[in-house]
Design a protein around this ligand. Structure first.
Ligand code: WTA
Length: 632
């Protein structure tokens, strides 16, 4: 179902709220089910139990592949643009993708992977990453994709949490002018992961890596032994499709679990509507498959819709800052979905990187992952969209599975920096800090959702209680997003950013607690406190206040070591931008760090720190302020 006008949006939205079950069951009819559901929805936010399309049986890959092979086998499913800007690129039709997925499903089976097993995927942006995901889904195994920028320790933690029995990886990954030794990282991780039986290695480079006898095997060798048909496993609508780890405000990253039926229905519906995808469009999303955007809007949503999706291995600035625009021109891209951080970084390079390329094929632009500032919005609109392409500023989260609040291009009147209106089926509400609903327009508060939608998080892997506590306990009976928002006079939503201890660095979610735990691994560190602060390119930067056992003799050296520890424990994406060695932290008498004060200092806004008299030692604030000023 594709909405075509604003009137239609309004009437569809109304229906979706008045009778959500009738609405979603109508949309769900568009798919191929082995067996139809008996009941559309059952839900309880207090005890957290949400089920959609109950009793329905299906395999999502039959909807991504088999259906399209029947109607348009020769349509290109994936265009792959490699890291190097050569003239050679890969085009995979729906028939070919179907065969690759079936073949790899056989490989998984031959390697002992069964329905319900967890399979880790740690790969570069190559089509085989999508093939691996879909092959898991075909046999009913649950994939857990880990972004290939995470360290061996992070990878091991995620494998152990989900008890994966197989991992799919590659020898190396190319990123710009760097070559990353992916397999080496996996080897290191696998020393701590007793559950892993098999490691299947896709050869991207020269294949000169260590292969462990009995555990490691080559992708290209395995597929020689596997045929290209695989009868898809029949799954229950509520069977988990995948786990994806994401950072929260406390503790280690948690495995967000998504189900099969609801996720399928929602990602296709939102893909078609938010991007207004048309038959022959070429759609490009620049995310990595390691993040939810890659799952929902590179792999599942577009393939469910039978779209042609472009997959890009490289980075926006290699070989130069014109790469995105060159790719758009080369592949005649119609829909382009990217992140504000990429836009802000490319803005600094100037227009000479854009003008050589013909961007006239573009119809719709999209933004995701963090608030887009007015300047970046305008630049994107004028320089890339040439003031003719609407921008869809899509707000959503790993936990929501799909886009929740977004304009519909050429349908919703856009307003820069606003995600505008909820999609059909999405019922946002704004609450104050006590959980009381704030009615009306022209208001500001915490963003919650009060009614289930099909692709919502079902649980966090292995810890249902934590999921309940994290998302459904702050405000009783509501899903709490962790985001703050404004609802303006027109009823338009503007997401203002996280109100919890999660920071959003270049669109990547990082928990302050995680970074603190990593920093504390350094032998000389006694305690640390991490906060976010505004950063011109990254949106937010990471600011770490660190107490050492004794003042480091060589502070520069010490800071380098801290960065190395963080890179080792989490990955380079979590490296603090600023480290300040302090003598103490502003703590209350009960020992709680007053982060509000640290945030202000990190922002450089020390004029009004609020009441500090409740601190155990108020004088510490002065010394931290002085130290911070000296760093600037
Ligand atoms: C932020 C990414 C403002 C938000 C899909 C959310 C946004 C977090 C937007 C989720 C947007 C995402 N405007 N903020 N359009 N989109 N965010 O799980 O803070 O990686 O909670 O999912 O990103 O990040 P995640």
């Amino acid at each position: 179902m594709k909405i075509k006008s604003f009137e239609e949006y309004l009437s569809t939205y109304r229906k979706s709220v008045e009778d959500p079950e009738a609405f979603w069951s109508g949309i769900a009819q568009e798919f191929h089910w082995r067996k139809l559901w008996k009941k559309t929805l059952s839900w309880d936010f207090n005890d957290l139990d949400v089920q959609w399309f109950i009793g329905g049986k299906l395999n999502i890959t039959e909807n991504c592949l088999d259906r399209h092979v029947l109607t348009h086998p020769d349509k290109v499913a994936i265009i792959w643009e490699s890291n190097e800007p050569t003239d050679i690129f890969v085009k995979i039709t729906y028939r070919e993708l179907y065969e690759k997925v079936c073949q790899f499903a056989n490989v998984l089976k031959n390697n002992g992977v069964k329905k319900g097993d967890r399979v880790c995927i740690y790969m570069p942006m190559v089509p085989e990453a999508a093939v691996a995901m879909l092959a898991c889904a075909r046999i009913g195994a649950i994939h857990s994709v880990v972004f290939a920028g995470f360290s061996a320790n992070s990878l091991a933690d995620r494998i152990n949490d989900a008890q994966c029995n197989a991992i799919i990886t590659s020898d190396i990954a190319y990123r710009g002018n760097k070559t990353l030794e992916i397999k080496q990282i996996v080897d290191e991780a696998l020393q701590k992961t007793p559950s892993i039986q098999r490691c299947i290695v896709y050869q991207r480079g020269e294949g000169k890596v260590n292969m462990v006898e009995g555990r490691d095997t080559w992708w290209h060798e395995e597929i020689k032994k596997a045929n290209k048909e695989f009868e898809a496993e029949e799954m229950d609508s509520e069977d988990p499709l995948f786990i994806l780890y994401t950072s929260g405000s406390t503790g280690k990253p948690k495995g967000v679990v998504h189900s099969t039926g609801g996720y399928m229905v929602y990602t296709k519906f939102t893909f078609e509507n938010v991007f207004q995808y048309e038959e022959n469009d070429v759609y490009w999303c620049t995310a990595d498959v390691g993040w939810i955007t890659g799952h929902s809007y590179i792999v599942y949503g577009p393939l469910l819709a039978g779209a042609t999706v472009l997959m890009f291995e490289g980075i926006p600035t290699y070989p130069d800052a014109g790469r995105f625009w060159r790719v758009i021109a080369k592949h005649r891209v119609n829909i382009f979905y990217t992140a504000p951080t990429a836009i802000r970084s490319l803005m600094t390079f100037g227009e000479e990187f854009i003008t050589p390329y013909n961007l006239s094929t573009l119809k719709v632009l999209g933004s995701v992952g963090e608030p887009i500032n007015e300047e970046a919005w305008q630049w994107f609109y004028k320089n890339i969209g040439k003031s003719r392409c609407p921008i869809v500023d899509t707000w959503w989260q790993t936990e929501t599975g799909g886009i929740m609040i977004s304009p519909l291009p050429r349908i919703t009147v856009q307003k820069p920096t606003f995600a505008t209106l909820p999609l059909p089926g999405v019922q946002p509400i704004v609450v104050d800090n006590n959980g009381k609903e704030i009615h009306g327009n022209g208001v500001e508060g915490n963003l919650c959702i009060k009614f289930p939608w099909p692709s919502m998080i079902r649980t966090t892997y292995g810890d249902h209680e934590r999921c309940k506590q994290n998302y459904f306990a702050t405000y009783k009976g509501l899903y709490f997003t962790g985001d703050g928002c404004k609802r303006d006079e027109d009823g338009y939503y503007r997401i203002t950013g996280r109100v919890d201890d999660v920071i959003n660095v270049s669109g990547h979610r990082i928990g302050t607690a995680e970074v603190e735990n990593a920093i504390n691994q350094h032998i000389a560190v006694v305690e640390s406190a991490v906060v976010g602060y505004p950063h011109d390119i990254k949106g937010q930067g990471i600011y770490a206040f660190v107490i050492c056992e004794s003042k480091p003799e060589n502070e520069e050296q010490f800071k380098k070591e801290v960065l190395n520890v963080v890179t080792r424990e989490i990955g380079a994406i979590a490296k603090p931008d600023i480290i300040q060695v302090v003598e103490g932290l502003p703590k209350t008498r009960s020992g709680k760090i007053m982060r509000r004060i640290l945030r202000k200092i990190a922002e450089g806004d020390t004029s009004n720190l609020g009441d500090i008299t409740t601190l155990l030692d108020p004088t510490i604030v002065e010394s931290i302020k002085e130290g911070a000023a000296a760093l600037r």
